[in-house]
Design a protein around this ligand. Structure first.
Ligand code: SF4
Ligand code: SF4
Length: 422
């Protein structure tokens, strides 16, 4: 089914080249084989048997960020992600993936306890590695994160800390929290804030402790067997709870468990699919709250998988405007260069893309850069540390948690929006 679906999408491409004007990878490299149009031509050739899978082809395909920017602008409506999925599966089936990656994807990620153990072990080993940058950035396994400087691993994971649901007397709703790996291991404060905010709004939050990785790393390497195993495991875990909704604070996780699980698990996932919300959308749709805005300027970065993948643009801004003064940066929609497997393999390219972003953050003059995806938070804090830029990186719900009135109902004072001059 993958190749046949992909061929239908390939046939739609008019070769107009509009994707070249926005692709973050093409804008840095100027290389036609690293933009949607070029990759579609490669896909056509490989599916017709005119070329073969090779290390060069794999490089052209792996260097796509899967940011969906091209898909969002494409006048012919090409579903580029379907083509990419077929190419990645073809690479995995014809060339394989590194044995260590296969081992982690198929045998470590589905076992939460084993994943905890492995990360803690490697993190402990890193205590003996030299070097520290701006105090807080080191620790997470270097084998896992390349040369990346990152915040330390959480002393207690979110799934352990919140394994027992905080019961509310008369909750309005009962929601499940899909945590995601980065939040679980690196950004527990974000999870605390999300739970705190919802609890203040009389919404009970269940954090199923047996949930596993959403599967995006497996999917990014074309290992659909591993991705399906993770999807199935999460389905069992969340279907076992009686939930009104499922929320996530990670744009990539939300996109994966909504869009990709529907493809992988079929229509039987539809009832759960319809209950899944990005936290900003959930707040806008189901809650009313009051804030005491802080005297601070904030700029917002659009995560690609929220903006291009799900069309979520105004909801996070609406939250921010009630918490502080929003000062839009130039091109907030421009990719930050982060993103799982891509930023590990193409570290230099990731930093080149990110350089535009951090310059825009700096030019905005804002004291805080807020986003709604832990992957972007990781990249933004890394970029800021590299430039010695004293800007705080936060998730939208962390900002809201700081400003939400007790019980969410004690007088509204709205923030204001300021457009940065360009
Ligand atoms: S914008 Fe769409 S139709 Fe045009 S070249 Fe890119 S993928 Fe093809
Ligand atoms: S998904 Fe992003 S990186 Fe990949 S071709 Fe499209 S715009 Fe470029």
């Amino acid at each position: 089914m993958g190749i046949e679906e992909a061929k239908k999408e390939i046939a739609k491409c008019a070769k107009c080249g509009k994707c070249r004007s926005v692709c973050p990878v093409f804008l840095e490299t100027g290389d036609e084989t690293r933009v949607a149009r070029g990759r579609i031509s490669l896909a056509e050739a490989i599916f017709q048997g005119e070329i073969y899978y090779s290390p060069e082809l794999r490089d052209y395909i792996y260097s796509c960020k899967k940011c969906l920017r091209c898909q969002a602008i494409c006048p012919s409506g090409v579903d580029f992600s379907t083509i990419m999925d077929a190419l990645l599966e073809g690479i995995e089936q014809n060339m394989g993936i590194p044995p260590l990656a296969r081992l982690i994807l198929r045998h470590v990620l589905p076992r939460r306890g084993l994943f905890d153990f492995v990360l803690n072990l490697v993190s402990f080993g890193q205590n003996f590695l030299p070097g520290e940058r701006r105090g807080s950035l080191r620790h997470l396994p270097l084998f896992f994160m390349g040369r990346r400087w990152v915040p330390p691993l959480a002393r207690q994971t979110v799934l352990n800390k919140h394994r027992h649901t905080k019961k509310l007397a008369n909750p309005r709703m009962r929601v499940g929290f899909f945590v995601g790996c980065l939040t679980n291991y690196v950004y527990p404060n974000m999870a605390d804030s999300l739970i705190n905010v919802l609890n203040k709004l009389d919404i009970e939050v269940v954090v199923p402790s047996k949930q596993v990785c959403c599967g995006i790393p497996a999917k990014s390497l074309g290992d659909t067997t591993a991705a399906k195993k993770l999807a199935q495991k999460n389905r069992e875990v969340f279907e076992a709870e009686d939930l009104d909704a499922i929320v996530s604070g990670c744009g990539t996780c939300t996109l994966t468990i909504k869009r990709d699980y529907l493809k992988m698990l079929g229509d039987s996932w539809r009832p759960m699919h319809d209950k899944i919300y990005d936290i900003n959308v959930f707040l806008e749709k189901f809650t009313q709250y009051e804030t005491a805005p802080i005297d601070s300027t904030v700029t917002y970065h659009d995560p690609c998988h929220l903006r291009w993948g799900q069309g979520i643009i105004k909801e996070p801004r609406n939250v921010i405007k009630r918490c502080a003064t929003l000062k839009e940066m130039e091109t907030p929609e421009r990719c930050c260069g982060g993103g799982g497997v891509f930023s590990l393999i193409y570290r230099d390219l990731s930093m080149m893309i990110g350089d535009h972003k951090i310059k825009a953050v700096e030019k905005s003059g804002a004291e805080k850069v807020v986003t709604s995806c832990p992957g972007c938070m990781l990249q933004l804090s890394d970029l800021a540390a590299g430039k010695n830029l004293p800007v705080e990186t936060l998730h939208v719900v962390e900002l809201l948690d700081r400003t939400l009135k007790k019980n969410g109902k004690e007088g509204v004072v709205a923030g204001q929006t300021v457009e940065v001059s360009t």
